[in-house]
Ligand binder design. Sequence first.
Ligand code: ADP
Length: 498
Amino acid sequence: MEKDSLKDKLYKYMDAGFPIIYLNTFEEDKVDIIVSEISSGKEVYEWNETYGYMDFQTKTPMMEDCDLEHMLDQLKSFDLLDRKIILLKDITAYLEDPRIVSKIKGIARMINQGADATVIIISTTLVIPKELEKFITILEMDYLNTDEIKTIIRTFISDNGLPEVKSALVDELALAFKGLTEFEINNLLALSYADDGVLTRKDLRLIFDQKQQMIKKAGILEMIPLKETIDDIGGLENLKDWFVRKAKVYKNMNKAKAYGVDMPKGVLIAGVPGCGKSLNAKAAANLFEVPLLRLDMGRLMGKYVGESEGNLRKAIALAEAISPCVLWIDELEKAFAGIGGGGSGAEVTTRLFGNFLTWMQEKDSPTFVVATANDITKLPPELLRKGRFDEIFYVGLPNDQEREKIFQIHIAKRRPQDLKNIKISELVKNSSGFSGADIEGVVKDAVESAFADDKASIQTNDVLDAIKNTHSLSEIMKDALEKMTKEYETRKFKNASR
Ligand code: ADP
């Protein structure tokens, strides 16, 4: 992932003449510091709701009772604008006013035509008028590192005259706060302290809940509840064994590192739909005893310059902040299809993909990536090279032994008492070409119809009837499956099944 700090990026964008930079943040104070560090001799004019038009450096009003429109009028010629930074705060409500929008657009145009100036909008919410879309670049605040978070906690304790807190608790709090902004941390500290006047380990719960809220709000990562375990997966023994071995490393990371073992990166599981790829992602998180975060690639794609990359960066930073965790990237091929093609969409995808690859390559955090894909023929070859994932597995249709296990698992889930009466071997014989999801569907149907017919239990025939009524996956997509299997064999991916 990019190592540039917000300051570096802001500087680069200004230097490159990007007209409007939109900083999506609560941390105005920090932005002020950064802006004064990078203004390099330019004059900085600020507008905010409280003081109107003011000089940023001296914090004195430039003009009494100057509204935003009036201020923008002061900058409407090339000369007036040249060598200025215009810092606009609290202006989201004004961005619905067409007159204001058109004035900002006028300024952006002059910058595009060569005026050495930058408009910086600082806001806690993202409001982008259509007319300004192509002029705006969005930037996000950097995440705080552990030391910075500890300083915030210590400052809060001393500012509020709280009793000393053990350094072990500060460490734990700092870990729990990872991924939050300074503003959010201070809010949570105030909340934790308000209920009983002290900071204790009990407050970690509150912080954790809050973090989950935050992930929900960001809307790009989803925290998946962990129900499935490795025992819910029928077959795929090679893949399961591999996960068990990785879990041993992952759960003993310090020891493993000291021994010389590399930090596990992740796995790509490709293959036939409905055969347990997602199931494995979930079971892995359970096995590793860490939270499971699902990255929605579709929601990642934004329409503004920098938005998709910003979203990916945010998702990755959040996952790293929450780590140790499993980051599940579902339907990877959807995200990275169209790379290298024409059009601006393809350009964004290619850049995103580059960022993702760099991150995978350099990743040093305990964020274990499980990427799943139905169709690897759509994936760019760079992704499949060594060094990105620890291993690439392919999952095919379950063989006889695997179908036997899958039938057992799904019958045992719903009607454990009937398991002994059912001839699983008959079911296996009649279900060749069925996926795991097909088998689950068959068992569900059999149980439901036995119930509807007031039967005391389900019998082999009930399941066989359901099999007859099902069009299996291989029936539906025979050719595609054959092509896929060949592809995996030629690429020498590891077979998930034994
Ligand atoms: P995909 O490979 O498309 O990610 P999933 O893992 O989502 O497929 O499988 C869908 C459902 O089918 C699972 O929730 C599970 O109930 C069932 N299933 C698929 N494969 C297996 C399997 N190997 N063992 C047990 N159940 C399976």
